[in-house]
Design a protein around this ligand. Sequence first.
Ligand SMILES: N[C@@H](Cc1c[nH]cn1)C(=O)NCC(=O)O
Length: 455
Amino acid sequence: MANGPRSPHDRTLRRGLLMWALGSSVYLVAIFHRTSLGVASGLAGRRFRIGPAELSMFTVQQLVAAAALQLPAGVLVDRFGPRKTLTVALLVMAVGQAAFASTHSFPLGLAARTLLGLGDAATFVGVLRLTTSWCPERRIALLVQLTSVLGMAGNLISTVPLRMTLERLGWTPAFLGAALLTTAMAGVVVGVVRDRPHVAARTPNRPAPPSASRDRTEPPRDEPPASARRTPTWLREMRADISAVRRVRGTRLGFWMCFTGAFSFMAFSLLWGFPFLTRGQGLSAAAAGRLLMLLVVVNMTIGPVFGQIAATRPGSRVRVNVTTSAIVAALWACVLVWPGPAPLPLLILLVTALGMCGPSSMLGADVARTSNPGDRAATAAAMANTGGHAGTLAAVALVGAALNVAEALGFTDRTTYTVAFAVQWTLFPIGVRILLRHTGKLRTSDGQETQPTRA
Ligand SMILES: N[C@@H](Cc1c[nH]cn1)C(=O)NCC(=O)O
């Protein structure tokens, strides 16, 4: 009977889902902050008295901060637990958004966006660690994709609802309100989130005992040499954790899956998609906005599908990731060689395929997670996610540099954008080639992809 007494297992599962939901809400808040400049860029230009180049610096600065802190954030999550790290991340984002709400100075604005990026860095890996600690293994891949779906909801809130709030309340109250809500969320996390079931049963910073699934190549932790003993213990242990995770081949494979899966989609959705569609392809602002909305909707729809595939057929994660990237690369090639503006159905196909890239790159984080022991889940996922950040920064920089050169040479808008996006296209063959090399290493003698397990 559904109403009968619940078993301890059911109770743990329910609490696990509550923890996941709370963690994912933190991620939603982070994605809201990450994307909140989109509809506010016109207002920001007037408020800070800056042009498009400085405006894009806000986004790039935020990305660089998130990328730089990604790996340390993963290690901190594994060491101090998701509750503390998610709380600090929320408070850092709240301070960043409050500063962004109050200042008119461009350098201070940049500092505020840096804080937003730093806080953001800990959220995805924090939720991932919370999920792996609380939920059964067979549900994790799907829940991680659903986390991303909720993140996209944060992206949606930062579009029309944020624009309406900005119009009604104005810049400072709207962003201060967002900062206040973020602080309130930190209170909820402190009050409700617990790092794992039965806290008392485990040691505080090392939740799981060394497990049989740890990489066999990992050397024993000998006494460090005298020179190394001058380094603080926490720093030595942090370095040891990072290098242990890096040595696992599945982590490196996950890195390149994230790199290849994320770069084009992220550069398009965060910065260059809108000008490409309007100035490069001649669409109206409204039509370009609808295509960017389609990108988010596809991302949210495909996430659960890829999550289910990862949960039931983990051996196909690499294939799904590579196939998605190949489709996107082929569609980009069609759009870029099309004589004149590409037809709308082709652009719709391209944007739909780009929307699949978010869930596809998440598969890389999942491969890294399952290739490492559970007490390094966040570090492993962070290392893989760094691949996505590195690819995104490379694509953003390549497109930006190519735009500058093409504009200086006096090309038309369409040619300028075609050249710039052709340059970012070159990252596909590079990423896929390295990725496939790592896949080759992951195959066993009978040709099957190995299935690394986690603690
Ligand atoms: N789907 C990935 C794409 C990405 C972005 N940066 C690095 N990879 C993703 O959303 N990861 C989670 C995140 O919030 O970074």
